[in-house]
Design a protein around this ligand. Structure first.
Ligand SMILES: [Zn+2]
Ligand SMILES: [Zn+2]
Length: 398
């Protein structure tokens, strides 16, 4: 049974005395109730206990792998707009000092490959090997707006997961009480930005110094981060999707390994965080999520955000007001922001079926396998080293 209002709205007062002002701490067991004092917590326990006990806990340790599959889907959708996917590459220049990676494109169109095994030599004829060609394709097909990708996923969580009164996200053994987007510099060198030269001009790819990623905070105050947009910046950490993506409907089954950088405790060592935007506590985004949610639950269809002008306009208005003050990734500005709503709806649709209805996480593997992908011709580049450092800490942190 779903409550149409996420906790951001529902949880605005002490569950004991009804007090609305002052600091309110969540129930440390479930985070589905707030309290002003220990006394209120104790007095309310007989009423709260049955609800508290029946909360299903989705552990971020494995849930992030499922979200990584959404990331793969969204990046693939974004890649369709990249001119480098459907034009012949005449030359690929690795960085000299701090200059970016340069991909020179001809005006000759080329059939885009939809998966790595279909990458044709005709697309990048001068590649030194099949592996080098495939690695470049993987980077280009991952080159996306980190902001748009993570925002869509966060809105889908807000839409489908948070209204469910009996499901809670779990991080390091404690309930998640906030999540949203963090902004700052990615753990990648500036020269790993891609630049595409095409038709006399230059198009910049994802900028590592204007990066965005997801954060999740629990009742113990620990923050975990999930970054699904580092592959195009040459940081090739992957997670195994086997066993995590059964039941996905209407989106392409992801490959066996997809990019994801998960930090269960903190990422200060690698990232330079400049700002944070809570999505869970953002009232206009809660409205966007409520509309996404009603569309998905009414099973109207997932394309409503694109094809129903009235609904789309209402969502877009709330979205823009929710993002006031956010320096939006230049690749996601203006009208292109609308497409975030389509992705959010698609992800929410999957969340409803796989997670909320089927509770599939009970059948997911208890652990996941990580892997690292490298540029075969530059296996010792700095980003590969960062990925290795990440990987050892990713495991050590558990
Ligand atoms: Zn109270
Ligand atoms: Zn509780």
């Amino acid at each position: 049974m779903q409550n149409p209002f996420p906790p951001a709205h529902r949880l605005d007062k002490c569950n004991g005395c009804g007090l609305k002002d002052g600091p309110l701490d969540p129930c440390s067991t479930c985070a589905h109730a707030l309290y002003c004092s220990k006394e209120c917590r104790r007095n309310d326990w007989p009423q709260h206990k049955p609800l508290c006990r029946k909360i299903h806990r989705i552990d971020m340790h494995t849930f992030h792998v499922f979200l990584a599959c959404f990331g793969h889907h969204i990046r693939s959708e974004m890649a369709k707009e990249n001119v480098a996917m459907n034009h012949v590459i005449t030359r690929y220049q690795r960085p000299i000092a701090t200059a970016p990676h340069l991909v020179h494109l001809s005006n000759t169109p080329c059939q885009p490959a939809s998966k790595v095994d279909d990458v044709s030599p005709a697309w990048y004829p001068t590649a030194s090997s099949t592996e080098a060609r495939q690695y470049l394709w993987k980077r280009i097909s991952s080159d996306c707006s980190a902001f748009g990708l993570h925002l869509a996923i966060a809105i889908s969580l807000l839409a489908q997961l948070y209204p469910a009164s009996d499901i809670g996200l779990w991080l390091n053994g404690a309930a998640v009480t906030d999540f949203g987007l963090a902004f700052g510099a990615a753990p990648a060198l500036q020269q790993n930005q891609m630049t595409y030269t095409y038709n006399g001009g230059a198009i910049s790819g994802q900028n590592p110094s204007r990066h965005a990623w997801l954060y999740f905070t629990n009742t113990s105050g620990e923050t975990a981060t999930l970054d699904l947009a580092l592959f195009s910046l040459n940081c090739g950490l992957l997670v195994s999707t086997t066993g995590f993506c059964d039941g996905l409907d209407g989106i392409e089954t992801p490959p066996r390994f997809v990019p994801a950088v998960w930090r269960p405790v903190d990422n200060k060592q690698f990232y330079v965080e400049r700002a944070r935007m809570s999505v869970l506590r953002n009232a206009p985004l809660v409205k966007v999520a409520a509309i996404v949610n009603s569309n998905v639950n009414a099973a109207t269809n997932i394309r409503i955000a694109r094809y129903h002008p009235g609904v789309a306009e209402e969502m877009f208005t709330h979205l823009k007001s929710g993002l006031t003050g956010v320096t939006i990734d230049e690749r996601m500005a203006g009208e292109r922001l609308r497409v975030v709503l389509v992705w959010a709806t698609t992800c929410a649709f999957q969340l409803r079926d796989v997670v909320v209805r089927n509770k599939s996480w009970y059948r997911w593997p208890k652990d996941w396998t990580g892997a690292i992908d490298y540029d075969p011709e530059d296996a010792e580049n700095d980003c590969a080293k960062i990925a290795k450092a990440f990987n050892s800490r990713q495991h050590a942190a558990r």
